[in-house]
Design a protein around this ligand. Structure first.
Ligand SMILES: [Zn+2]
Length: 417
């Protein structure tokens, strides 16, 4: 993002705030490029050892090899719990930085990093007492825009990757669009899509990606658009261009990016054979062991086995909907009849139990006791906007749309948030 240029700043809808932020941005850029870089203490000989927490690591196992004493371990353990709310360190995620004034000096400072945005500094005074403070990591968030087009034989993932959209953002976009789209039927060559999402910077360096702020996809039945928006009560959600909740009570495709191998079909007698099996759900191809997320929040009403479905789970959702997931290789731990599940929670794993020719998820939606086509059934939104928020949203959407329009003309620009 070295060539990135700031387009506009939207912290508020007022010009003053925009102007101020642009000014601050210029100051920040000035600071980044001015003068030689020094570390916090201005001492160039500082020695830093970074240790990533591994499986089975204990605090003493991490601290003792760095020359700290058992008393230090006890004090640090106590202070981390009481002052930093850190009671366990997570393997492969948390990092410890040990800082010494030179290679042979004792550790004078430890930085516990649980995320780029959450860092705790532990310092030891001359009497050997440890103190702890949370470091204030300045975050600079920019909204960037990427757009692409589906080509022949493409999946949305492939096209998204070609457009330079990071995998984690693509997965979120897919999750969002899965409420509105059938990726099997709705994706064709020539369709355009775009994503506005956050990139987080600290000290001019990109650290990670943030939220998806807006999505647009030219689906067959019209443009699907979704916007991230904060309501006046502080809660956030995704809304369509008219301000209706974009997150539906149920997902049409529970498993991300799974290909549909058999569609829903009504029970109809075949004129020649005399019978046809109705296909009361949709089959998604996925390999054995793929986690199956609950399509919506609800309560497990069946967790059982029968000859046709094999291992299956049935969930009753708010209102009149139920969903069923069949042919599981196994159930998820803790999922029993009566268990309350949230949307996206793993309830079991793909398999080929029951009447099945290979590993897949057979997924049914039952509305008021009747099987319906998961791909076409109208699904209720779970979060709609009140009158005031809707007005606010529509204004916000115009600002975002204008921003997107300009960014799409010049992809090296970004919006300062
Ligand atoms: Zn099926």
């Amino acid at each position: 993002m070295e060539k990135a240029k700031k387009l506009i700043t939207i912290t508020n809808l007022t010009r003053m705030v925009m102007a101020l932020a642009i000014l601050l941005g210029l100051i920040a850029i000035y600071l980044i490029f001015s003068g030689p870089r020094t570390n916090e203490t201005g001492n160039f000989t500082i020695n830093k050892t970074v240790v990533v927490v591994a499986n089975g690591d204990t605090l003493s196992g991490l601290l003792l090899p760095q020359g700290l004493s058992h008393n230090d371990v006890i004090a640090i353990d106590k202070i981390l719990k009481s002052d930093a709310n850190i009671s366990t360190l997570r393997a492969e995620r948390d990092k410890l930085e040990f800082i010494r004034s030179d290679a042979t000096a004792p550790v004078s400072k430890i930085v516990v990093i649980t995320s780029p945005w959450n860092q705790v500094e532990l310092t030891c005074d001359d009497s050997g007492a440890w103190a702890c403070k949370k470091l204030d990591i300045a975050r600079d968030t920019r909204a960037v825009h990427k757009s692409g087009e589906i080509q022949d034989g493409d999946s949305f993932y492939l096209a998204g990757q070609r457009a330079g959209i990071p995998t984690s953002i693509l997965a979120e976009v897919y999750d969002l669009l899965a409420f509105e789209m059938d990726f099997e039927r709705d994706v064709r060559a020539g369709q355009k899509f775009s994503v506005l999402y956050e990139e987080n910077f600290s000290d001019g360096k990109k650290i990670d990606n943030g939220r998806v702020l807006a999505v647009s996809f030219q689906a067959l039945r019209g443009n699907v658009k979704m916007y991230y928006f904060k309501k006046s009560d502080g809660t956030t959600g995704y809304y369509d261009e008219n301000g209706n909740g974009a997150i539906k009570s149920l997902k049409r495709t529970p498993i991300n990016n799974a290909k549909i191998t058999s569609k829903f079909s009504k029970n109809r007698k075949h004129p020649v054979l005399g019978y046809t099996r109705a296909h009361k759900g949709v089959d998604f191809r996925a390999s054995t062991g793929t986690p199956i997320p609950a399509a919506g929040a609800g309560r497990v009403v069946a967790r059982s086995y029968n000859r046709g479905h094999g291992n299956f789970v049935k969930i009753r959702h708010n209102g009149s909907f139920e969903t069923l997931y069949a042919h599981m290789s196994k159930f998820a731990k803790g999922v029993n009849v009566g268990t309350t599940v949230r949307q996206g929670q793993t309830i079991g794993y793909v398999g080929s139990t029951g009447y099945s020719t290979g590993p897949h998820l057979h997924y049914e939606i039952i509305k008021d006791g009747v099987h319906v086509n998961p791909m076409t059934v109208k699904l209720p939104a779970i979060n709609n906007l009140g009158k005031q928020d809707k007005e606010k949203f529509l204004k916000y959407r115009q600002v975002i749309d204008t921003g997107i329009e300009q960014l799409s003309k010049n992809p090296s620009l970004y919006i300062q948030l």
